[in-house]
Design a protein around this ligand. Sequence first.
Ligand code: SF4
Length: 436
Amino acid sequence: MNFHIVTFGCQMNKHDSERMAGLLARNGHTWTDDMDEADLVVFNTCTVRQHAEDRLIGNVAGLKRLKAVRPEMIIAVGGCVAQKEKERLLEKLPHVDVVFGTHNYVNLPQLVERAQVSTKPVCEVLDALDLPPNGAPSLREEKHHAWVPIVVGCNNFCTYCVVPHVRGREVSRPVEDLKNEVEKLVADGVVEVTLLGQNVNSYGRDLYGKPQFARLMSEINEVNGLERIRFTTSHPKDLSEETIQALAELEKVCEHLHLPVQAGSTRVLAGMNRRYAKEDYLRIVEKVYATLPEIALTTDIMVGFPDETEEDFKETLDVVERARFDYAFTFIYSPREGTPAAKMGDLVPHEVKADRFERLLKVQNRISLEKNAALVGRVIQAFVEGPSKRGNGTLTARTRTNKVINFSGGKELIHGMVNILIEEARTHFLMGRVVR
Ligand code: SF4
């Protein structure tokens, strides 16, 4: 069969989709970029925000007409929405053939085979992971880069978040397994890995000997041929001194830290069960900048948590001004069914949330531009990823600090390192020219 996978949500989902594609390819199926041509369409879903769920429903409903013309077409829905809402999903979308959860995507090829001979939808959603995912093949989107999940699940139970409910408790993969996987990836042409976890900083607590995240990075730093190590996401309460030192000392670990703050008010942070106060967060940021003055710091921020007041929101703006993030993923809070925060109601009116969101964006965009402008005139080493998304014949390269640089250059530069003189700064990217 020709198959196509549509992915919603976070990097963990992107990684899972690459594994699904690898498993399907190993079973003799072929990837197609054209969804209309596919015999099998897989949706890997996200339930963190209502918006992604609505888009999924719209997308799957849109395939109904295609399926009426080609009834042999198989539609499979997996990931977080399927894990949480399997019955409701089949009620809303009866033309779906396969429903599978977050813990059993490795069974996708077999579920598809069953669906081909079944008159009813095939549904398999497991409550927990039997074994951490390892060894499953992967069909990567980018030849040079691979996602490597080091810990799946989350033990933190932030009050607004559904992840622990759909991904389960933390399960870490042993250091040796991970090192072997990275070695294999490098043999396959990978030069950059991103170590993934909902909270990489609690890596290893469930393993024998409790190896810390910093130790894992130091082992992976030893892999010959690997050039860059990135990681995401770090919970501020668990960011250790050793991890900050590893960022500073291990030459392959890139100078970029994604450290979600979520809100600036200590009162709101307590309501979110984040287990740090505003000042704790700012102290960590200070320590990080003191150790790595050139690091790029990014974050996630939510506005409109159920009882957020104007004063609370101003605390968020204060953190943004003081932490000087290079970039912030900003969100408007929406209640997720089954979470403690949802029981508090959705108390901030939509227009207030929208106003705060705009004000936050304005401050953050100014700071992002200021930080990028400070790089003009510098020569920065960057890895050329490919043609730029702007589609104007330019190429895109990425710095160790995860900044995007667009520049003119020949295709022979793709997948190599170049030195670029930064000539112009925009809010979300840089422009420059290659220098020797
Ligand atoms: S740390 Fe909090 S926000 Fe992140 S996945 Fe876990 S519960 Fe959700």
